[in-house]
Design a protein around this ligand. Structure first.
Ligand code: ARG
Length: 568
């Protein structure tokens, strides 16, 4: 039963389709105001009447029945009361029936969304700055898949550019195979940092680096082999982090993959009269659109980041025929995306409108930020390890009766969850300061609070099982308390929350929803007796509500990529 649709179909306003009316129906802030409210100012213009009058007229015309049992007009709002017990019973039945699929949908069926995320740079540290793109992109892939879209997760590797020439130069001068093999990214990064330090007094190193990069481009065997080896080492290192964060990619086609796909783009730009010479470089003028020119080729004929991104977008359209192509990249690159999206549009690619820059803010650690060149970087791996360690201390202290193995598993789930949730809880565009104490606070708006709540619900269910109780929804024959009603209504709201999160590319909606749901569950847990309820039918309802809450919390967290411990 779709209540919004049901109500909307019974309201007749000329020139306003039922779907539009349904989209205005919202859940009022307090239970006693009703279950759905329609803001009538939305129709003031088309009906040429004040909202208060519209509400009054609509109220008089509305046919109440067994489903919608009350309508009132208050301050220009039309408030509807539905048969709440039937609604709640229906919600619980749906959750029990759909289980881990509760909240899913088929709105994306037949549509492919490319998600360009994480997109790390080879031989450079995977630092805390990559956290947001990685977990945001991962969550968006899961959310969109849950809604029926086919997603293609793409790690657009930064594996092209003079930095590889620098690395070869540094490796040949100071490196040795064993140290680099064992040290992985850290060893490569040290070489990179040393190169920059020493090049300050030896400018000739820079020329050498450029020459090595040229050799890579000319497919010189030795240089290419080194470059491939650096790439392999980097990917092996970051795989550990991807495994911890539950991240998988469908494609690792990075910048170098497009090295032979840029010439046709340049030709097309030329043929369409879009290229201009500017101080030796080839550019597309964007002054009319209030942007600096987009540089396509440098004066020495080499390509740029934007050129490779254009080739990549064209390739993706051809290969995946995407409905949308998302770029989960920091807002610092706003201009870059606006520029190349515009150039593709000017080339007549009508699908340029389907390219979306999903921008996010900076993450810094409480201790301060970092720069790759200077070498004072905070490796994400270290942040995760430290969170797991801290989680281990907390879990051991809270529940000493756990076995060592249990403690380890839970510490990993809690520690990794805290890192992910810390990055996903705020609106993505906000800059955040990551604090270990904050993300691991049991009492805060945190993942561990949600995990602990879910474990609490599961422990009630475990006791019920031991007592031989069956847990299933049954018709509700008694008056529901405020806490029971609030929790049930929140459970019903999950599918819409998932859709909103997808529409706004905002996993934080789901993170916030989970905290809110956990708070409502705890209110219910402390207000109502479950196993020792006043009557059998109350006990049955409350057990079903408990099971449904654990289910929905788990579904929400799985969309974020966070595991739910069995117990804590
Ligand atoms: N590797 C780039 C960086 O670290 C991000 C790449 C984002 N994706 C893209 N298609 N431009 O800045």
């Amino acid at each position: 039963m779709d209540y919004k649709k049901y109500i909307a179909e019974r309201i007749k306003i000329e020139g306003v389709p039922a779907e539009e009316i349904a989209s205005y129906l919202a859940v009022p802030p307090a239970n006693d105001m009703g279950d759905f409210a329609l803001p009538c100012f939305k129709f003031a213009k088309i009906l040429k009447k004040p909202p208060v009058l519209i509400a009054e007229e609509l109220k008089n015309a509305f046919p109440t029945d067994g489903v919608v049992c009350g309508v009132s007009a208050v301050n220009g709002y039309l408030n509807f009361k539905i048969d709440r017990r039937a609604f709640i019973n229906e919600t619980l039945n749906k959750i029990f029936l759909q289980g881990e699929n509760y909240g899913s949908d088929e709105i994306g069926k037949g549509k492919t969304v490319c998600v360009d995320y994480s997109s790390i740079n080879i031989a450079k540290p995977f630092h805390i700055g990559h956290l947001s793109t990685t977990v945001l992109g991962g969550a968006l892939c899961r959310i969109l898949t849950f809604l029926g879209y086919k997603t293609v997760g793409i790690n657009h590797l930064g594996d092209y550019g003079t930095q590889f020439g620098k690395l070869i130069s540094a490796y040949k001068r100071w490196g040795d195979r064993q140290t680099v093999e064992q040290g992985g990214i850290r060893a490569l990064n040290e070489l990179y940092v040393r190169f920059h330090r020493e090049a300050e007094t030896h400018p000739e190193y820079e020329d050498e680096a450029r020459a090595y990069f040229k050799k890579i481009e000319e497919k010189d065997e030795e240089c290419l082999a080194l470059f491939r080896w650096f790439k392999e080492l980097t990917l092996k290192d970051v795989q550990k982090i991807y495994d911890l964060l539950n991240i998988k990619f469908d494609s690792y086609a990075g910048e170098s993959f497009y090295s032979d796909k840029m010439q046709p783009v340049v030709e097309e730009l030329k043929a369409k009269g879009l290229l201009q010479e500017s101080r030796g470089a080839q550019v597309v003028d964007l002054e009319k659109y209030g942007m600096p020119p987009c540089i396509i080729l440098k004066s020495d004929g080499t390509s740029l980041y934007a050129t490779r991104d254009m080739a990549a977008a064209i390739y993706r359209k051809k290969t995946y025929d995407f409905y949308k192509c998302l770029y989960v990249v920091a807002y610092q690159q706003n201009l870059h995306f606006r520029q190349f999206f515009k150039v593709l549009e000017l080339m007549g690619k009508e699908w340029a409108k389907d390219l979306v820059h999903v921008a996010y803010g900076m993450v810094s650690l409480e201790e301060g930020t970092m720069s790759t060149r200077k070498g004072n970087v905070v490796f994400l791996e270290d942040v995760i390890s430290r969170c797991i360690e801290k989680a281990h201390e907390i879990v051991s202290e809270k529940n000493p009766s756990l076995t060592d193995e249990e403690k380890q598993t839970i510490a990993r789930q809690v520690g990794v969850g805290a890192v992910i949730f810390g990055a996903l809880y705020n609106a993505k565009i906000k800059d955040i300061v990551f604090s270990y104490d904050k993300v691991l606070n049991f009492e805060g708006e945190t993942s561990v609070y949600v995990q602990y709540t879910c474990a609490r619900a599961k422990s009630v269910l475990q006791k019920a099982k031991e007592a031989g109780e069956t847990v299933a929804p049954a018709p509700i024959t008694f008056a529901l308390s405020e806490a029971e009603t609030d929790l049930s209504k929140a459970l019903a709201d999950f599918p819409d929350t998932v859709k909103d999160a997808a529409e706004k590319y905002e996993p934080s909606f789901i993170a916030r929803y989970a905290v809110d749901l956990a708070q409502k569950f705890n209110k219910f847990y402390f207000d109502c007796k479950i196993l020792s309820a006043e009557s059998e039918d109350k006990k049955a309802f409350r057990l079903a509500l408990t099971a449904a809450s654990a289910r929905v919390l788990t579904n929400a967290f799985s969309l974020l990529g966070i595991d739910m411990p069995e117990k804590m």
